[in-house]
Design a binder for this molecule. Sequence first.
Ligand code: COA
Length: 229
Amino acid sequence: MFDHLKNDIAVALEKDPAAKSKLEVLLTYSGVKALAYYRVAHALHKRKFRLLARIVSQSAKRKTGIEIHPGAKIGDRVFIDHGAGVVIGETTEIGDNVTIYQGVTLGGTGKDVGKRHPTIGSNVMISAGAKVLGPVVIGDYVKVGAGSVVLKDVPPHSTIVGVPGRIVRQYGEKVNDLDQKLPDPILEEFARLNNRIIALEEKLGVHACKYSISNEIIENISNNNSKKD
Ligand SMILES: CC(C)(COP(=O)(O)OP(=O)(O)OC[C@H]1O[C@@H](n2cnc3c(N)ncnc32)[C@H](O)[C@@H]1OP(=O)(O)O)[C@@H](O)C(=O)NCCC(=O)NCCS
C-alpha cells in the first residue's frame, strides 16, 4: 500500500510541473489522496466487504470531490490532476500511465447491464470535462479532448474530440473523415446537365458554355455516380 502511495507521489511530481515537493503532493493533491483511499476500498471490495468499501470511497468523495467506485480496476502510474468532479464507475478498467483531468466521467449510458463502463488502455490522456460512456474500449496512446463525449470504441494512437466524439488524428496525422461530407443533390443535378452540354458541344464542335461548376467537381460527381450505377 505504501509502495503505491510513494509511486503515486512520484508520478504526480513527474507529470505536474506545478508540483514542487513530495510533502506538498502528499498533503495537497486530491488525486493522490483519492487513489490512496481507492486502494483501501478496492482491497475491501475484493474481500467482499462491500459496504465498508463503499463507506471508504464515499468518504474519499467528500474529502476530494473524486468518486471512484471500489470495484473499478486501476493500473499503475495513473494521475488524476485537479480531480474535482471526476467519477469512475464500478466496471471501469484503466491501464497504466493514464492521466485524468478534472470533470472526467468514466460512466455508463444507463442502457447496459453487467460490464457497463469504459475500458481505458495504457498511456491515455482524458482531458478536462470529457465524458466516456458505456462499455467502450479506448486504445493505448489515445488523447480524449476537453469536453468530448465518447460513445464508441477509439483505436490506439488517436485523438478524439467533440460531441459526439470524432477522431481528428491518428498516429499524429490529421484524419479527413470523408463520411462527414453531405450529399448535395442540386449540385449533382447541375453537374449532370453540364456533362450533357459538354457532350453535345463536342458533337457540334463548339465550346459556347462557361461552366459555373468547375470541371474538377463535375469529374468527382460523375465518378461517384458511375460507382453508384
Ligand atoms: C485534444 C488535445 C489533447 C490536443 O490533441 P492533439 O492530438 O495535439 O490535437 P490537435 O491540437 O492537433 O487538434 C486536432 C484538431 O482537433 C481540434 N481540437 C483539439 N482539441 C479540441 C477540443 N477539446 N474540442 C474540439 N476540438 C478540438 C483542433 O482545433 C484541431 O482541429 P483542426 O484539425 O480543424 O485544426 C487538446 O486539444 C485538449 O483538449 N487538451 C486539454 C488538456 C486538458 O484537459 N487540460 C486541462 C489542464 S487543467
